[in-house]
Design a protein around this ligand. Structure first.
Ligand SMILES: C[S@@+](CC[C@H](N)C(=O)[O-])C[C@H]1O[C@@H](n2cnc3c(N)ncnc32)[C@H](O)[C@@H]1O
Length: 288
């Protein structure tokens, strides 16, 4: 299955509330307190998708804000300001969208958001890091190789930028748990760790690797868990996750026996009435 832009944007929207509940409050508070006391804070969200991370953090930061959203996919980048404007309207904020800049006026602050399409590995060429206070990301870096992440950190460390990386994937468990569940999780992890032209992504091993690379560039690092608890009654979210697992495992490709097992497993999960899926993530804060 290949995902259309619309499908992926619905999925990002659906995960927003699970992320919001999961985010680690201690890491979040520490991040908010580490921001400088200025009238206007400048932030860059990398791998911004439809802008969900900015949307969440904008509400938490009391000062005026200038955001740059860096997103590789041109369709998501284009959609992000419209999605943010829609949410701002729901909040009753005044909004003004002109080309690639959205300006929001809340009762207490002005927020400007600029969408830039391109790779976060080119961050230094895409925005003025010397006038940036913090770089944030949500659910991004497990997709990257250690080498790519090292290159990225070496850049932001030169500017001594605060770095908040939330919802970094670690592991998952079904409850009740069956041997088939374990098998499918192992295949899903094998897909994350498959050889790619750029190398092997950090995948489920990303937490120690992210921490280690940040420390290499003299960051102090704090981590805290951010866990999704999803019940089979959360039908939409569960369906999205099962679809992701199925299409990822299919890409491996699995053996004929595992293909059959996968099809039976997905069918059985879709029909099962009462089970939970716990997805463990970590939020990571890097600072000087
Ligand atoms: C799981 S989504 C998370 C999106 C968003 N941060 C959120 O919380 O909804 C990961 C995003 O990273 C983007 N991405 C992947 N590689 C990238 C790169 N090299 N530069 C910029 N964005 C990238 C993908 O296109 C996707 O939108």
């Amino acid at each position: 299955m290949t995902y259309t832009t619309a499908y992926y944007l619905y999925w990002l929207d659906e995960r927003y509330r699970f992320d919001a509940v999961a985010r680690n409050p201690t890491i979040e508070q520490k991040f908010l307190h580490s921001l400088p006391s200025k009238d206007t804070i400048s932030l860059v969200d990398v791998g911004a998708g439809s802008g969900a991370n900015g949307r969440y953090l904008m509400e938490k930061i009391p000062a005026n804000q200038q955001w740059v959203l860096i997103e590789q996919n041109p369709d998501f980048s284009k959609a992000s300001l419209q999605v943010l404007q829609q949410h701002a309207r729901h909040q009753g904020y005044t909004s003004f969208l002109e080309q690639d800049t959205l300006t929001l006026q809340t009762p207490t602050k002005t927020i400007q958001v600029n969408a830039k399409q391109g790779s976060l590995l080119e961050i230094e060429n895409m925005t003025d890091l010397s006038h940036t206070d913090a770089v944030v990301s949500n659910a991004v870096f497990d997709l990257f190789t250690p080498h790519q992440f090292d290159t990225f950190v070496s850049t932001i460390a030169r500017y001594q930028l605060i770095f908040l990386s939330t919802l970094n994937y670690e592991n998952m468990h079904f409850s009740p748990n069956t041997p088939q569940d374990e098998k499918m999780i192992a295949l899903y992890h094998a897909h994350m760790l498959r050889p790619q032209t750029v190398g092997t992504a950090m995948g489920p091993d990303c937490i120690p690797q992210i921490s280690e690379i940040l420390k290499k560039y003299k960051y102090a690092v704090d981590t805290g868990s951010s866990i999704w608890n999803i019940h089979s009654k959360d039908e939409k979210m569960m369906q999205y996750l099962l679809n992701f697992m199925e299409s990822s495992i299919t890409e491996l490709p699995p053996s004929p026996e595992d293909t059959l097992l996968l099809q039976q497993w997905v069918k059985q999960k879709v029909e099962a009435a009462d089970f939970t899926l716990t997805i463990e993530h970590q939020d990571i804060l890097g600072y000087f």
